[in-house]
Structure formats: C-alpha cells, structure tokens
Design a protein around this ligand. Structure first.
Ligand code: NDP
Length: 277
C-alpha cells in the first residue's frame, strides 16, 4: 500500500508549524509518510472534505477558520470534540468522516510536563474567552478544579461560555483580576499578544498567593509579558509551546501509527521557526 499522506488545512495556512512537527516525528520513527499544508478557503472547504480520500489523504488537521465547520461535517466525533463544538483532527473510519479535538489534551499534557501539581489546584483564573479558552476550561474541569473565574474584555462572551460549562465557571471582566488574584492557585492566559508583543492584562503578582502556578497558552513570543511578570515574581510558569506540540500527537498516532514523543529537540526546532519569523 502507498505510504500515508496527511494534511493541515486552513486559510491562511503558511503560518502553520504543524508540518515541522509531523515531519520531525516521521523522520525520527523512520516512517514513510508525508504531511503537507494545504490552503483551503472557506468556499472550497466542503469540496476538500468530500475529495481528500481520492487524493490519497488518510486525514489531517484543521485550523482557522474551519474548526466549527469541520465539527458539523463529521459523522462521528469524540466526546471532547462534542463538548467543545470544534474539531482539529480528521480521519476516516468505514468511509465515514470522524473528528477529534486535541487542544484540551495538549493543554493538560503540557502542564503535566511543566507544572507538577497543577491537577491539585482548586481555583483557577482564565483570561480570555475565545476558542482556545474552551479547551482550557474543559481540561481544568476534567482535572477537578472546583472554581474557575473566566475573565474577558467582552463579558458577554465569557458569560456564554460559563453557561455552557455550568456552575463551576463564573464570568467576569478583566478588571476583576485584582480582586481574584489572592484566592487563585492557577492562572492561565489565553489572550493573544499584540503585534509588538504587549498584552492587554497586567496582573499585580504581589497579590497572588505563594505557590501559585502560572500558564500562558500563547507562544509568540515564547516568554510573554504575562509570564515574564510571573517568573520575575518567583512563581512557577509554563509557556504555550508544549501545548502546540502535544496537541499534534493524537493525530500522528491515528494517521501514521505509533505514539510520538515531545522531545527537547522538537521544542528547539519549532522555537527556531518561531524566532525566525
Ligand atoms: P480567539 O480569537 O478565539 O480569542 C481571542 C481572545 O483574546 C478573546 O478572549 C478576546 O477578547 C481576547 N483579546 C484579543 N485582543 C484583545 C485585547 N486587545 N484586549 C483584550 N482582550 C483581547 O483566539 P483563540 O482563543 O483561538 O487563541 C488565543 C491565543 O491562544 C492565540 O494567541 C493563539 O495563538 C493561542 N493558542 C495557542 C494554542 C497552543 O497550542 N499553545 C492553541 C490555541 C490557541 P474578546 O472576546 O473581548 O474579543
């Protein structure tokens, strides 16, 4: 049989680091297979889904702006994809299109690597209520966090997500961070940095409890101002690169076989690409 071919589709797609990650794993395992970025505009998305099998693809990743449309197109979805309403990993089973969302796995697996003890946190504060915040909240709830404050510039968007996830998630405004900091054990930022690297929320870290843990899922720049502030104040921190690497692993396993490893070498490879652009 021909060697398996996988894709990542999005619009635009040239920013994607997924080809670097999957090609590294293919080479490392000595597997014959390929992984390519394919630009697919919104109006061509459905045709692509109907015809990728004829082009010998076994499946692939889906990124912006297609994650919700991919969810709607799938005949079968994993439980976590159903919970998040978005799909980033596609494959075929008995000729049917199947979808998973691996962002929550990526978030949890990265914190397992970088913030030992995060699963014991009872209270968390999440900044930002976009698509990525959904996966973060899902992970935190699965880990058993009892109370999550979800703060967003557009408070209504945070309130919608809080309703979706139930009473353990409480919505608020970004300014609430000052009052909540003293009772927060785990801080997570999901708000993108601006073009010049600035971030819209600043936390007064002197108010956070001793032993608090701090994660950012943003990885450009790798050390965001949010993380830098927490690090300077002596807190344990986790950057967002590991989430990107870990979210790729379940797809690789489905298309090519074998669970790949998130190595330091892979981290350096992707980091070099981030710094180059
Ligand atoms: P969305 O566009 O869905 O959400 C963006 C969020 O940032 C919203 O909460 C938005 O608030 C907020 N925001 C943006 N600009 C500002 C601003 N100037 N002031 C205040 N709030 C602002 O993006 P995603 O959730 O998909 O992604 C967020 C970040 O996470 C990105 O940087 C992305 O690269 C990163 N990410 C990292 C992953 C990883 O694997 N490490 C995975 C997925 C995402 P509002 O609702 O008010 O507009």
């Amino acid at each position: 049989t021909a060697s398996p071919k996988a894709f990542v589709i999005g619009w635009p797609i040239n920013h994607s680091r997924s080809p670097i990650i999957h090609r590294y794993w293919l080479a490392r395992a000595g597997l014959a297979g390929s992984y390519d970025a394919v630009p697919v505009p919104v109006e061509e998305f459905e045709v692509f889904l109907r015809t990728f099998k004829d082009r010998d693809f076994v499946g692939g990743n889906v990124t912006l702006p297609h994650k919700e449309s991919a969810f709607r197109a799938c005949a079968r979805k994993t439980d976590v994809a159903a919970r998040l309403g978005a799909v980033n990993t596609l494959w075929l089973e008995d000729g049917e299109l199947c979808g998973d969302n691996t962002d929550a796995h990526g978030f949890s697996a990265n914190l397992d690597d970088q913030l030992a003890g995060w699963r014991d946190a009872r209270s968390a504060l999440v900044l930002g209520a976009g698509g990525a915040a959904r996966a973060v909240i899902h992970s935190l709830l699965e880990a058993g966090v009892e109370r999550i404050a979800l703060l967003n510039r557009t408070v209504e968007r945070a309130a919608d997500l809080a309703r979706h996830f139930g009473p353990r998630v409480v919505a608020g405004a970004l300014a609430d961070v000052a009052g909540l900091a003293p009772s927060t054990e785990l801080f997570v930022n999901t708000i993108s940095a601006g073009l010049s690297g600035e971030q819209p929320v600043s936390v007064d870290w002197s108010r956070a409890p001793k032993g608090a843990m701090v994660a950012d899922i943003v990885y450009v720049p790798l050390l965001t101002p949010f993380l830098q502030g927490a690090k300077d104040a002596g807190f344990r921190v986790s950057d967002g690169l590991g989430m990107l690497l870990h979210q790729a692993a379940p797809g690789f396993e489905r298309w090519f076989g074998g669970r790949p490893e998130v190595t330091d070498e892979l981290r350096r490879l992707v980091l070099a690409d981030i710094e180059r652009r």
